[in-house]
Design a binder for this molecule. Structure first.
Ligand SMILES: [Zn+2]
Length: 65
C-alpha cells in the first residue's frame, strides 16, 4: 500500500514525463518513440560510470498496467 511514488521526496531516481529526443527507442516494446509521443525519462544504473538516461513510452502499448 505504499503510495509514495509521486515526485518530491525521493531524488535517487527521478522520473518524469517529457518528450524523448529523436532517436530513442522504448525498451519495453522496442519501437522508436515518436517526437510527439509522451515518454517517461528515467535513468538506468550502470556498473561503472554515470547512469544512462532512458526513455520509454508514457503509455506503452506493450505494458498495460
Ligand atoms: Zn513502448
Amino acid at each position: 500500500m505504499a503510495s509514495q511514488t509521486r515526485a518530491g521526496t525521493d531524488a535517487r531516481q527521478p522520473e518524469y514525463v517529457t518528450y524523448a529526443p529523436k532517436g530513442y527507442c522504448c525498451p519495453e516494446c522496442k519501437q522508436p518513440i515518436k517526437s510527439l509521443e509522451r515518454a517517461i525519462r528515467g535513468t538506468a544504473p550502470m556498473p561503472a560510470g554515470a547512469p544512462a538516461v532512458t526513455y520509454r513510452h508514457a503509455e506503452c502499448p506493450k505494458v498495460q498496467s
